[in-house]
Design a protein around this ligand. Structure first.
Ligand SMILES: Nc1ncnc2c1ncn2[C@@H]1O[C@H](COP(=O)(O)OP(=O)(O)OP(=O)(O)O)[C@@H](O)[C@H]1O
Length: 664
């Protein structure tokens, strides 16, 4: 039998003389004390040995320290004082790695609540016991046959493909026994394994545990409240207030197996006699494959939390992509709007040294130019005093305007008064600011003002100035200004079909005044260029800030979802640790799960973000813009998201104390 088991062992293990030479113990406790806080002494100087193959019951009143003792025997916990010696090797309190390696190599657990992963099949739950075992060589085919054999051994073969959460209490414990069986554990530890079962089922489960442990040459330690169950085992250790008060029974049960066990012991893989390099690369490969499998299983076992994690990541990325894309589109839109105006407006101003120009500007030639839709001509007087008591303003600009439409009555230049205004002799349109200054508010009272001795009816108020139009000006007809002193400035303002403005800008001087072209200043956008860049930048910055805020909000969401998901899995992590998972491997599992979810979510988020950009820009009639280089930002964000979102949960997982976690 020893040889048969030996042949079953994985390459990573080697045969050793396993029993403690001094006491022939599989595990020995010397003066072990375990305290919790200041006041609770859960175990008080406990010394005992567990020999290979013996079956032991630990009994005692509630709170007497039974579970604490089992956790110490199971290397899930370490004593504050005293020594634990496994296979002759003393373990230090701090050496978590060695305890973990021993758990993987030699121990198996059956907990009160069985600690199966409910979303996985029974077969995969049992396989978990072997996947973490140091005795497994990574061969999937041998795994399947060993798992099926273990399931058959506990009479659960017919439920192999069922979800573990659908099993009855008794079936769950059978599955937990199969999980212990399949790993070839040498020490089986069961904490109240029948606590949730009725009397008949309890007896069946204890009998199954006892028989299978014996068949496989394993020692069995069972914590129980029930004397009937204790009576079924070889030896009974009674605890009271953390001390062993009696240790009775037949200890030869174990001795019957000593020879077998002495030749079949295993030590943790790190002691194996393979070359170090080969061992390391082999272990890494196996671990990567194992983690990949666990990640897939984790997604399948918890579809709800998988969806939540993915959607949180998708939302974060979608918000970032949308905000970034819209910021670019909006900035481009501002540019396009300004460019559109620049392309359809031309203003040319002539400044004369003295008096009125020799020739009045030829507005008709401008109007006749291809693409021109409307044109105006202003003459402007600066600082004309208007005073006869009724008009007190002294610095208002006064303009003469030729407002005749380009064709028919379709005036293309809108004055933004109550209606398009065609000024008639004797009338004036006031800029809003000037009107307020003069106290002219209501046109239905037919207000009148006097300029240069002429009484004029206010026919409109200019509420919205075109670029460059002074809302502090008064607009009058040429008749009105005929009596004024000469004007020094004349302006031609033209609107064109889109795109025709730039050509007009090169010709307007020649058209308007071929003799004084050199005095011309052409300002196509009337100063708008100066603040176009600023506006563009402001829009862009505002939306980029929004993108950062959205990213942070999304990141917080992803982190929260991951933390909640991992917190709900503490018992599962405790189980994995109990079965032999190292802290680092657990961290790797959590990071891999969060990372994969982050990447899947990011893909979804990209798609949603792009769709949102298309919809918003289509509704707003914008040109959608997304610089491919900016895709790097969300990509980097995804990596940061995934790592940041995984780091907190990974710390939680790494800090999981198996002894505490399996109590939950
Ligand atoms: N993680 C812990 N933190 C604080 N106190 C603990 C912890 N674990 C155990 N104890 C305390 O140690 C003492 C022994 O607890 P333990 O669970 O070992 O008793 P037990 O005999 O198994 O009890 P029961 O039969 O009720 O499960 C108890 O007073 C318990 O409250």
């Amino acid at each position: 039998m020893g040889e048969a088991r030996g042949a079953d062992l994985g390459e990573g293990c080697r045969q050793v003389r396993a029993v403690d030479q001094a006491s022939e113990a599989l595990i020995r406790l010397d003066g072990v004390t375990r305290r919790f806080g200041q006041d609770t002494v859960a175990l008080d100087r406990v010394s005992l040995t567990i020999a290979p193959g013996e079956t032991v019951a630990i009994v005692g009143r509630s709170g007497s320290g039974k579970s604490t003792l089992l956790n110490i025997l199971g290397l899930l916990d370490a004593p504050d004082e005293g020594t634990v010696v496994v296979d002759g090797q003393p373990l230090t309190r701090t050496d978590d790695a060695t305890r973990t390696a021993w758990r993987a190599a030699a121990l198996g657990f059956v907990f009160q609540r069985s600690h199966l992963i409910g979303g996985l099949s029974v077969r995969e739950n049992v396989a978990l016991g072997l996947r973490y075992a140091a005795t497994w060589d990574g061969d999937e085919r041998s795994l399947t046959s060993r798992v099926d054999a273990a399931l058959a051994d506990v009479d659960l073969g017919h439920r192999a493909d069922a979800r573990a959460s659908t099993l009855s209490g008794g079936e769950m414990q059978r599955a937990a026994i199969a999980r212990t069986l399949v790993r070839g554990a040498r020490l089986w530890l069961a904490d109240e394994p029948t606590g949730n079962l009725d009397t008949t089922q309890s007896a069946e489960i204890i009998e199954l545990l006892r028989l299978r442990a014996r068949q496989h040459g394993a020692a069995l330690v069972v914590v129980t409240h029930e004397p009937d169950i204790a009576a079924l085992l070889d030896r009974v250790i009674t605890l009271s207030d953390g001390r062993v008060v009696s240790d009775t029974g037949d200890r030869t049960g174990g001795a019957r197996h000593e020879k077998v066990l002495a030749s079949s012991g295993v030590v943790p893989e790190r002691h194996a006699a393979l070359p170090a390099g080969a061992r390391t690369s082999r272990r890494i490969r196996r671990q990567v494959a194992r983690t990949a499998r666990f990640v897939r299983q984790g997604f399948a076992a918890g579809p709800g939390r998988t969806r939540a994690g993915m959607l949180a990541a998708a939302l974060a990325v979608a918000l970032t992509v949308t905000a970034l894309g819209l910021s670019q589109s909006a900035a481009t839109q501002v540019t396009a709007m300004f460019d559109a105006r620049r392309a359809s407006q031309v203003t040319a101003t002539f400044t004369h040294d003295t008096g009125t120009p020799r020739w009045d500007l030829d507005i008709d030639s401008v109007r006749a130019f291809p693409g021109v839709t409307a044109a105006e001509r202003w003459r402007q007087w600066d600082f004309i005093a208007m005073s006869n008591g009724e008009v007190a303003a002294t610095d208002a600009q006064l303009n003469a305007v030729d407002a005749t439409p380009a064709s028919g009555s379709d005036a293309r230049i809108r004055w933004a008064t109550s209606a398009d205004t065609h000024l008639r002799p004797g009338e004036v349109v006031l800029g809003k600011v000037l009107a307020e200054r003069l106290g002219v508010t209501q046109l239905d009272l037919s207000p009148e003002i006097t300029i240069a001795g002429q009484r004029l009816r206010v026919s409109g108020i200019l509420t919205e100035a075109r670029p460059g139009t002074a809302v502090g000006a008064a607009f009058v007809t040429p008749d009105t200004v005929s009596g004024l002193p000469p004007s020094y400035t004349t302006t031609v303002f033209a609107l064109t079909e889109p795109g025709a403005a730039s050509l007009l800008a090169t010709r307007i001087g020649l058209l308007a005044d071929p003799f004084e072209e050199h005095r011309l200043t052409v300002d196509p956008v009337l100063g708008a260029d100066a603040y176009r860049g600023q506006l563009e930048a402001s829009v862009s910055v505002a939306l980029q800030v929004l993108a950062v805020v959205a990213s942070l909000a999304g990141l917080a969401g992803v982190v929260l979802v991951n933390i909640l998901s991992v917190t709900s899995r503490i018992p599962e992590f405790g189980l994995r640790r109990a079965l032999g998972s190292r802290r680092g491997e657990l961290v790797g599992l959590v990071v891999a799960e969060c990372g994969v979810l982050g990447l899947l979510g990011a893909g979804l988020g990209f798609a949603v973000g792009f769709a949102a950009i298309m919809v918003v820009t289509a509704v707003a009639r914008w040109q959608p813009v997304f610089d491919p280089k900016l895709a790097l930002i969300p990509l980097a964000a995804v990596l940061v998201f995934s790592l940041a979102a995984a780091s907190f949960p990974a710390v939680i997982a790494a800090r999981t104390q198996p002894a505490d976690a399996v109590r939950i």
